[in-house]
Ligand binder design. Structure first.
Ligand code: ACO
Length: 364
């Protein structure tokens, strides 16, 4: 049998931090409200584009795997915030890496994009079509926030995570997966004003992310729990057989409700929402990379993943970790740096919503 082992992993975390207290200068909110309702303590906002973040995370994943860019056969960028609609973001990453022997594509299923990309790449490896793939999740959400909508503006951050998968003959990598869509729920989470259609192009409505928080909350818990039950049944395993759980990081209360529904112990769950907030497609590869760097992943572990996003799309997967848990090498950060604070960085985005940064800073 052929399998698709994860041999490399990496992340890009933007250096500019937006704390809850900083955010409270922009929207009517407080650190106490954000922490108690979401578990988020800070988020990172990017001066790089989605493509540049994806490239930086990919460099780390290749270095961790010890794989040359030319050896990659397929490169997939899972993202809802691709830097361009055409050409795709993946071709930018491919050019930057010099991965000239690969095919490349973007995949957009909202927050589930990286997981769905992993499912596709794994299937390509396991069916013998390719030997190696680079699967990246990257998002630049800070620039699509509506700074007049506090219930959404506090929940999101930017970042990228990536893995390298390679063909092998030992059972490892993604072994089982499940996907579903909650029908007739497209309006529950939308990127308003973005996308090619006559309204957006000719009437230019306001561009921002919008959602119905409570509808997402309920559907996310049920959708992820059902998907987890499906993959566990496919594998003939129970929750007691799972060593580590890496769920999508949207809200700590969603993760806690999911754990309760599955009767899964919280201490075996990787939670990084406090640091990154919801980074959509980047959330699981970021959390997985952090778990590896923190020594929480051990050789041979059985790892459960669960995800949901706009659509509403859901999914779950069972990973069998291989032998290696140490990166072979680290790559240097080669993207441009940023000199300034978060208010400098976000000036244009605030101005788009009619908010003047100097008035924010002087209103102390
Ligand atoms: N600061 C202070 N008060 C706030 C804030 C804020 N940032 N946001 C909302 N409130 C207020 C509301 O106005 C409301 O006030 P009211 O009672 O006077 O009307 C009160 O807090 C309660 O609002 P609720 O919406 O009932 O708060 P809830 O406990 O449901 O939490 C939240 C809202 C955090 C959005 C929650 O519903 C949630 O996390 N939903 C899931 C959202 C999500 O994960 N979205 C993205 C996922 S999709 C994806 O990952 C692709």
């Amino acid at each position: 049998m052929r399998y698709a082992n994860i041999t490399g992993w990496g992340k890009y975390v933007p250096p500019v931090v937006m704390s809850n207290d900083d955010l409270a200068r922009v929207v009517e909110t407080s650190n106490e409200w954000i922490v108690s309702r979401s578990g988020i303590e800070r988020r990172h906002y990017s001066h790089l584009t989605t493509g540049e973040m994806a490239w930086q995370a990919a460099e780390q994943a290749l270095a961790a795997a010890g794989v040359a860019p030319e050896a990659i056969d397929m490169l997939i960028v899972g993202t809802t915030t691709g830097s361009d609609l055409c050409p795709n973001t993946a071709s930018f990453v491919l050019d930057k890496l010099g991965a000239g022997n690969a095919g490349c594509m973007d995949l957009n299923s909202a927050c589930t994009s990286w997981f769905y990309a992993l499912c596709n790449a794994t299937a390509m490896v396991r069916s013998g079509q390719i030997e190696r793939a680079l699967v990246i999740g990257a998002e630049h959400l800070s620039i699509v926030m509506n700074w007049h909508e506090r219930s959404t503006a506090v929940l999101f951050g930017d970042g990228a995570g990536a893995v390298v998968i390679e063909a092998c003959d030992q059972p490892s990598g993604l072994l089982h997966s499940a996907w579903s869509v909650v029908r007739d729920s497209r309006e529950v989470l939308e990127m308003n004003g973005l996308g090619i259609n006559p309204t957006n192009l000719f009437q230019a409505p306001a561009r921002h992310l919008a959602f119905d928080g409570q509808a997402i909350f309920k559907n996310a818990v049920k959708g992820m729990a059902d998907a987890c039950a499906e993959v566990l049944a496919k594998a003939g395993l129970g929750v007691e057989d799972i060593d580590l759980f890496v769920p999508h990081q949207a809200n700590i209360r969603i993760i806690e409700a999911l754990a309760k529904r599955l009767d899964f112990p919280l201490e075996k769950i990787v939670v990084r929402i406090q640091e990154y907030a919801n980074t959509s497609a980047a959330s699981i590869p970021l959390a997985l990379t952090d778990a590896l760097e923190a020594g929480r992943v051990k050789p041979g572990m059985t790892i459960l993943m669960a995800t949901f996003g706009g659509g509403l799309t859901c999914g779950a997967g069972l990973l069998k970790w291989g032998e290696r848990i140490e990166a072979k090498a680290r790559a240097p950060i080669t993207a441009a740096s940023f000199n300034g604070n978060v208010f400098d960085l976000m000036q244009e985005s605030f101005a788009y919503h009619g908010i003047d940064v100097s008035s924010l800073l002087s209103a102390e």
